[in-house]
Design a protein around this ligand. Structure first.
Ligand code: NAP
Ligand code: MG
Length: 484
């Protein structure tokens, strides 16, 4: 599918609401537009998904057949890797090379979960009941069945459109669910091609349905829909709470992968050169628009100045540019709205007396580029320290000992990821226990594998994705009893 055919198809999708422009964040020019699909489209999509679930056209297939089709999706994605990468990089502004590196990982979700299709077994229990209400003694046989949840609504953000779509659709399809996908209004492009490839691979019509619309219309209607059994949401903590409220009507189950304010602890015994390089990459990559970006760095006092200088140098050396600009390593922020939000935090910090070691301004060019920014002299009560900025902005504060480092790291409502840089093995594992995060990385950052569970502690989420837990998210367990 060429860019032009995606743009044409997007424009022609039926809608009833406002016209939504799709903007290239590196040039601020409009690349496409579409009409908000409106609530009727949500009803239609849910009805189509429900019909396929009731008929069993997907979950009723032998598991090995589902697995083959899922494997085919991955193969088709590999064949279309250049188009997918181009769509996501154009739409998000991320460097094309980066998008090209990510796409095989996205495809791999379907291969990894294809393997799970044939392994979704329950357990058997040999039960000897003694007592109970009747006081009877009985031998019982009990077993569990794993069943797909039913109709799942997937609502995803703009920062990694294909990654989040695949991380949700692959396990949900492997589990046998029928699906409705709503990409972010800013980044609908690659999803159009993805659903085509899914259909081409042999997933029956109606099992995966696409909604192109706004969050407050299509997203809200999907989250509140009485015939949706589960919502799998990735996005901000604020919208996550709205999803929970909307889900209360039919008490649909909710998976939430939310925001973060992830701490990075750097000790004086660490390999400082590597720690500085990776910690800088860990916040500035994708202009800080990653949920696990390490936006709060804490440094043992003896090496504090060295780390601040090193991260600032890395910030200054980072080459910003559009997806296809030569040598560009970091793209723009996604939108004018995000630019205003990020600059709002920085400007407020400046007024309140933070020290801007480097950055603190947008680039003097077209596109929503913000210079990677290092802030010190930050008061923990400040908004920019407490709230997720989702931009290339890092605060660096000193600490003296483990207790102080842990207290500062955990002083947040979020709990997505935390990193420790130290060559003291015992300390590394001690801190892994004390840090309140769903993911802990020791002497590394931004690591990922399809098999390793991922989810947030505290207000960073509910439930887990990836690995065995990632498919169980889309299944429920039924217990069956029989008296022998
Ligand atoms: P967002 O504003 O929360 O939006 C996420 C999705 O929800 C979008 O599709 C959005 O639609 C939709 N939405 C908005 N309001 C809604 C409502 N009332 N009901 C239902 N859906 C609604 O997040 P974002 O700005 O797109 O993405 C950035 C956030 O995602 C950050 O907080 C980041 O930390 C988080 N994130 C978390 C993870 C993780 O795995 N933990 C991964 C990536 C990103 P619109 O497009 O119309 O806004
Ligand atoms: Mg949005």
């Amino acid at each position: 599918m060429t860019l032009q055919s995606v743009v044409d198809e997007l424009r022609e999708r039926p809608g009833t609401g406002e016209v939504i422009p799709v903007i290239d964040p590196a040039t601020e020019e409009q690349i496409a537009e579409f009409t908000d699909c409106g609530e009727d489209a949500v009803d239609d999509a849910v009805a189509r998904a429900r019909a396929t679930f009731e008929s069993g056209v997907w979950h009723g297939l032998p598991a090995r057949e589902r697995a083959k089709i899922m494997w085919r999706i991955a193969d088709l994605m590999d064949q279309h890797v250049d188009e997918l990468a181009e769509l996501d990089s154009l739409n998000t502004g991320m460097p094309l090379v980066q998008a090209q590196n990510i796409m095989p990982t996205c495809a791999e979700f379907f291969r990894y979960y294809a393997g799970w299709c044939t392994k979704l077994d329950g357990a058997a229990y040999d039960v000897r009941m003694t007592g109970g209400i009747t006081g009877a003694h009985a031998s019982m046989h009990a077993y569990t069945i794993k069943e797909p949840f039913g109709v799942v609504g997937h609502i995803i953000p703009w920062n990694g459109p294909m990654m989040t779509a695949c991380a949700k659709l692959a396990p949900a399809l492997a589990a046998g669910c029928s699906n409705v996908l709503k990409p972010a209004e800013e980044t609908p492009l690659s999803a159009l091609l993805l659903v085509k490839l899914i259909a081409q691979a042999g997933v029956p019509d109606g099992v995966v349905n696409l909604l192109t619309g706004n969050g407050h219309t299509a997203g809200a209607a999907l989250a509140a829909h009485p015939d949706v059994d589960k919502i799998a949401f990735t996005g901000s903590t604020e919208v996550g709470k709205q999803i929970v409220r909307a889900a209360a009507g039919n008490l649909k189950k909710v998976l939430l992968e939310l925001g973060g304010k992830s701490p990075v602890l750097i000790y004086d015994d660490a390999d400082l050169e590597t720690a500085i390089k990776v910690a800088a990459g860990g916040i500035f990559v994708h202009s800080g628009q990653g949920c696990v970006c390490g936006s709060r760095i804490f440094v043992q006092r003896s090496v504090y100045d060295q780390v601040v200088d090193g991260v600032a140098q890395a910030a200054n050396a980072a080459k910003l540019g559009g997806p296809k600009e030569k040598g560009s390593r970091i793209g723009p922020l996604i939108s004018q709205k995000q630019l205003t939000r990020v600059m709002g935090f920085i400007d407020e910090g400046k007024r309140d007396g933070v020290e801007v070691v480097t950055g603190g301004h947008r680039l003097d060019r077209r596109g929503y580029f913000v210079h990677p920014t290092v802030l010190t002299n930050v008061d923990p009560a400040m908004r920019l320290y407490q709230q997720e900025i989702f931009g290339p902005v890092v605060t660096i504060l000193p600490f003296d000992d483990d207790d102080e480092a842990v207290a500062m790291a955990n002083d947040t409502t979020y709990g997505l990821a935390a990193t420790v840089w130290t060559n003291n093995l015992s300390r590394a594992h001690r801190l892994a226990k004390r840090l309140e995060s769903g993911t802990i990385t020791l002497n590394c950052q931004l690591v990922f594998d399809h098999a390793v569970p991922f989810g947030g502690y505290k207000q960073s989420g509910w439930g887990l994705e990836y690995g065995r837990e990632g498919i169980e998210t889309y299944m429920q367990t039924k217990s069956v009893w029989t008296q022998l």
